[in-house]
Design a protein around this ligand. Structure first.
Ligand code: GAL
Length: 645
């Protein structure tokens, strides 16, 4: 449980560096991340390198005892490079160039950019790969940020054709898979296939899904090239990438196969403002962030990192990029840090050391004001650093619940939502929040992960359902909860011959004959109100919940349960509680603002609400707990921790 900070020596006079480094160590920080946007200072002119300043910055930080995360600067290629090769720029869905002037101005399919990315990575890794102060690497910065995964450039067009040829071998296979006989779209060769954009109306959905898969693979390829170079030139150092919140445009599990650990950038207040919640929820958690959103990402990125993950950027004060940017509640920077550690983070690193007085992010707070005074966030960091030093022996362990998360499910349901508000990510969050409200530890995993040892497995939705997953779910010892639209499509995005839920019918005798989406405000009355999405299910099974008009939407058969509706929070609470109890997992009725998470034998509790919470109201045998942090009465933004008996 170590702390770090993101630092930009190139933004500050060199006379400040030694004092900054000394104060970082004094604050209790172990790690410092540098370099991710510094290309124009490293290589001011083509092939003219200026390493002197970076050499001195690394010496200064290293001399203070800090471990450095060195970044490749490829998120910000300099102007001279783009001017020399404009084909490196991406093209948006209207066909417009995404020009130089901010960042991430490159196309993943540009072969010339790939060469440049390899070249600069090799230069940086050759220079610093074996330096004793360089202890880890970060590739690029936030793939997908500013919607940059998908590009419709000429480079992408050519690369997509090759990708299709690899996948389908001959164009007849493609025509069949996509159903191009519809609207006379048949192709005679791969060279006739364009990216699916600027069409008069909706492009073929299978074509669009393949373009999403292709675009994801391009990110994997780009990242893999850098990790290969860094591994060769900087052996023994962990390689990470800083992923984002709500980022689904490429398959993070795939990218992560080339990394040693995952990391993500956690901005709870910015994400709350941008998120799907109602105004009252946003008001309640305005200065805390949503109690489940950040935790979900911690669990997701632990899964992406195969157990190893960091928070690479942690919000320390108001950000600049959400529609509204409030300040955290006093204590919340500390609470966020503990929540991350409770979920198993190895490092929490704050963004950024000092607020920049210039350029795009001058309104974004740091641990210091632009005039170099500590902010409230810094004082909380000092406190966590002290506390974390004392809290030893809390190992992470596997959860009893697994939630299967699938990036391709997000792509498919975006392409074919069928109801304007059917959002996969939101649906997953609803299931996750119900598990967390019950105090359950959750591992978020890809559908092909090993499932042994879990007692409850939740599949919020998996439209493309492999028969092999049904076999693995049947064979494992867990109770299984499966959500709407699972098994509703083939891998080619067609309706399965057996009808939805496809291969799920091998273990549950039911058939979805029709689906309907419902406009906001419409609630189908019944055992639980149903809004948004309702499936009509033909089956001999007796429903566990039905609408007033008699349509069943919750079924159980053996260890499998199916929910053929967008589940309300009430329904999910009942389903999760009943299933956890039958799986022998302790379920808690937590206070609405309280969340707990176990790390090894230590239990952490965080109060996300505006009032003090008495733990004895919802934690069993609270009076006998021996607290490591906090106590029975948890104030707003308060953290408590105790060792489980
Ligand atoms: C992240 C990004 C940082 C900085 C930060 C501001 O998305 O990686 O470079 O822009 O947001 O909150």
């Amino acid at each position: 449980m170590k702390l770090g900070v993101c630092y930009y020596p190139e933004h500050w006079p060199e006379q400040m560096w030694a004092d900054d480094a000394r104060r970082m160590a004094d604050l209790g920080l172990t790690w410092v991340r540098i370099g991710e946007f510094a290309w124009s200072r490293i290589e001011p002119d083509p092939a003219r390198f200026d390493w002197s300043w970076l050499d001195r910055a690394i010496e200064t930080l290293g001399a203070a005892g800090l471990k450095i995360v060195m970044c490749t600067p490829t998120a910000t290629p300099p102007k001279w490079l783009l001017d020399a090769s404009p084909d490196m720029l991406a093209v948006d869905s209207r066909g417009a160039l995404r020009r130089f002037g901010s960042r991430r101005h490159y196309c993943f399919s540009s072969e010339s950019y790939l060469l440049q990315s390899a070249r600069i990575t090799r230069e940086v890794a050759t220079r610093y790969g074996k330096h004793t102060a360089i202890a880890a690497w970060q590739t690029d910065n936030e793939y997908d940020c500013h919607d940059t995964t998908i590009s419709y450039s000429e480079n992408a067009r050519q690369a997509f054709r090759s990708w299709l040829e690899q996948k389908y071998c001959n164009v007849a296979n493609l025509n069949r898979a996509w159903g191009t006989v519809f609207w006379s779209q048949e192709y005679r060769s791969f060279d006739e296939v364009d990216p699916p954009f600027q069409t008069v109306t909706e492009a073929n959905p299978s074509h669009r899904l393949d373009y999403r898969r292709f675009s994801s693979d391009q990110v994997v390829r780009f990242n893999r090239q850098q990790t290969g170079i860094i591994r060769e030139l900087s052996p023994g150092r962990d390689i990470l990438h800083n992923f984002m919140g709500v980022s689904t445009s490429f398959d993070h599990f795939d990218v992560s196969k080339d990394l040693d650990a995952a990391s993500w950038d956690s901005y709870p207040l910015g994400f709350l403002e941008q998120g799907p919640w109602q105004a009252d929820v946003k008001a309640r958690y305005l200065r805390q962030g949503h109690p489940d959103f950040t935790a979900f990402h911690h669990d997701l990125y632990r899964g992406v990192g195969r157990g190893r993950w960091w928070v690479m950027e942690q919000q320390p004060g108001p950000v600049n990029w959400a529609p509204w940017n409030p300040a955290p509640l006093p204590g919340m920077v500390r609470a966020w840090t503990w929540e991350a550690f409770a979920h198993g983070a190895e490092v929490v690193s704050y963004f950024r050391w000092r607020q920049a007085p210039f350029a795009q992010e001058q309104m974004h707070a740091g641990l210091h004001t632009p005039d170099n005074r500590e902010t409230a966030g810094a004082a909380e960091v000092r406190q966590v650093a002290r506390e974390a030093d004392e809290l030893v022996g809390a190992e992470t362990s596997r959860a009893s619940v697994a939630l299967l998360f699938d990036y391709a499910a997000k792509w498919l349901l975006d392409i074919q939502p069928q109801g304007a508000d059917f959002d996969y990510f939101h649906l997953v969050l609803e299931f996750y929040a119900a598990l967390r409200r019950g105090g359950l530890n959750v591992d978020v995993l890809p559908p092909d992960a090993p499932l042994d040892g879990y007692r409850l497995i939740v599949v919020p939705s998996l439209p493309i359902l492999e028969g092999s997953l049904i076999e693995r779910l049947s064979a494992c010892g867990a109770q299984i909860i499966i959500g709407p639209r699972t098994g509703s499509k083939t891998g080619d995005l067609q309706i399965p011959a057996s009808m939805p839920p496809g291969p799920l019918q091998e273990v549950m005798p039911l058939r979805v004959t029709l689906v309907e989406s419902l406009r906001p405000g419409w609630v189908e009355a019944g055992d639980f109100g149903v809004s948004r999405w309702l499936e009509h299910i033909a089956t001999e099974l007796a429903p566990l919940a039905r609408t007033a008009s008699g349509k069943g939407f919750w079924y159980r058969h053996g260890k499998f349960q199916y929910l053929g509706a967008w589940p309300s929070a009430d329904l999910l609470d009942v389903v999760v509680k009943a299933t956890a109890e039958s799986a022998g997992i302790p379920f808690l009725n937590l206070h609405e603002d309280l969340r707990i998470r176990r790390r090894g034998e230590v239990v952490f509790a965080v109060n996300y609400g505006p009032e003090t919470i008495d733990l004895s109201s919802c934690v069993p045998a609270a009076a006998t707990l021996e607290f490591i942090l906090g106590g029975l009465l948890l104030p707003p933004a308060g953290v408590a921790a105790w060792r489980e008996a």
